[in-house]
Design a protein around this ligand. Structure first.
Ligand code: URA
Length: 285
C-alpha cells in the first residue's frame, strides 16, 4: 500500500473512530458507507426516503443502515415522508459513553474531512449553555461567523438574538450551532457530502445536551435532522419527536431579512416553543 492510500485509510478509520463507530466495524463485515441511504440516493438519483428503504433491505434483517439507524423517531404524519427506524440498534442513539462537548470538539480537531476546510478561517463549533433546554440549529457559518468562530453573529445572527430575547431568554441561556461547522464558500448551501460528513458531530452535540426543544432554523437543518427532502413550508411550526425530545422547524432569520412579512409566522412558531418551555415573552418597553 502506498503512503497516500495508507493516509486516506487512516483518515477514514480515524473519522469512524471519532464518530464512535469502532464496535460497528468489529461486529459487522461491511462498512456502513456501502449501504448508506445517502450513498444509494446519490448513486441512483432517487429520493432519500426510497434510498433508505433500499439501504435497510441491503443491510438485511437485524442490521441497520447507518442513516436509517440514526433516524430520530418521528411522529407519523401524512405528507412528511419519514424514514422508518430499522430493527437494529442505532449507532447514534447508543450514546458514546462519557461524551461531552469538549470531546466532540477535540474529535473534530483541525478537520480536513470535507472540502469546506479548504476555504474556512475558523471551525464554528457552537456556543451557549451546555445544559440548555433549547437548541437552535442553523445551516452553516457565513462570513462573519467564519471570521469570529461563533455561530449567528452576522446580520441574521442579530435577528436571531432579538428573537431569543423576545422569548424572554438571552443567548447564554440557549445553545446555538449549525449542521456544518465550516463556511460554505460564497454562502452557498452545504452540499450532501459535507452534511453527511459533519452532521454526526451535530448529532453528538444534541445527544450530549439533550435539550427539551430543538428549533431548526431553515430547511437545511430541518431536512437533515428529520431526514426528509420536503420543503420546510410543508412542516414548519409542527412538532416532531427527536430522540425523546421535541423538534420544531421555522424559517431561517436570513430568510426573514429578505421576507419580513414572514416574521409573524416565525413568532407563532417561537410562541409554541415558549409554551412548551413555560416561558413568558419579554415585556415591551
Ligand atoms: N446562518 C446560519 O445558518 N448559521 C450561522 O451561524 C450564520 C448564518
Amino acid at each position: 500500500m502506498n503512503d497516500d492510500s495508507r493516509s486516506r485509510l487512516e483518515n477514514f478509520f480515524g473519522y469512524a473512530h471519532d464518530l464512535g463507530l469502532g464496535p460497528f466495524y468489529v461486529s459487522r463485515n461491511s462498512p456502513p458507507s456501502l449501504v448508506s441511504a445517502a450513498n444509494i440516493a446519490r448513486a441512483q438519483s432517487m429520493p432519500i426516503e426510497q434510498a433508505s428503504a433500499l439501504a435497510s433491505q441491503s443491510a438485511g434483517p437485524g442490521r441497520s443502515s447507518p442513516l436509517a439507524a440514526s433516524t430520530p423517531a418521528l411522529r407519523a404524519r401524512p405528507g412528511l415522508p419519514v424514514i422508518q427506524g430499522s430493527s437494529g440498534p442505532s449507532l447514534f442513539e447508543d450514546r458514546i459513553e462519557n461524551d461531552s462537548l469538549e470531546r466532540i470538539r477535540q474529535d473534530i480537531g483541525d478537520c480536513t474531512r470535507c472540502k469546506l476546510h479548504k476555504s474556512r478561517t475558523n471551525i464554528v463549533f457552537g456556543v451557549g449553555n451546555p445544559r440548555a433546554e433549547l437548541v437552535f440549529v442553523g445551516e452553516g457559518p457565513g462570513h462573519d461567523e467564519d471570521v469570529r468562530g461563533e455561530p449567528f453573529v452576522g446580520r441574521a445572527g442579530k435577528l436571531l438574538t432579538q428573537m431569543i430575547e423576545a422569548m424572554g431568554l438571552c443567548r447564554q441561556d440557549v445553545y446555538i450551532c449549525n449542521v456544518v461547522k465550516c463556511r460554505p464558500p460564497e454562502n452557498r448551501l452545504p452540499e450532501r457530502d459535507e452534511i453527511e460528513t459533519c452532521s454526526p458531530f451535530l448529532s453528538r452535540q444534541l445527544a450530549v445536551i439533550q435539550p427539551k426543544v430543538i428549533c431548526c432554523l431553515g430547511a437545511c437543518s430541518a431536512q437533515t435532522l428529520l431526514q426528509t427532502n420536503q420543503g420546510i413550508s410543508r412542516f414548519r411550526g409542527e412538532w416532531f419527536d427527536y430522540r425523546g425530545g421535541k423538534l420544531i422547524a421555522t424559517y431561517h432569520p436570513a430568510y426573514l431579512l429578505r421576507n419580513p412579512n414572514a416574521k409573524g409566522e416565525v413568532w407563532k412558531d417561537l410562541q409554541k416553543v415558549m409554551a412548551v418551555l413555560g416561558l413568558k415573552p419579554k415585556p415591551r418597553r
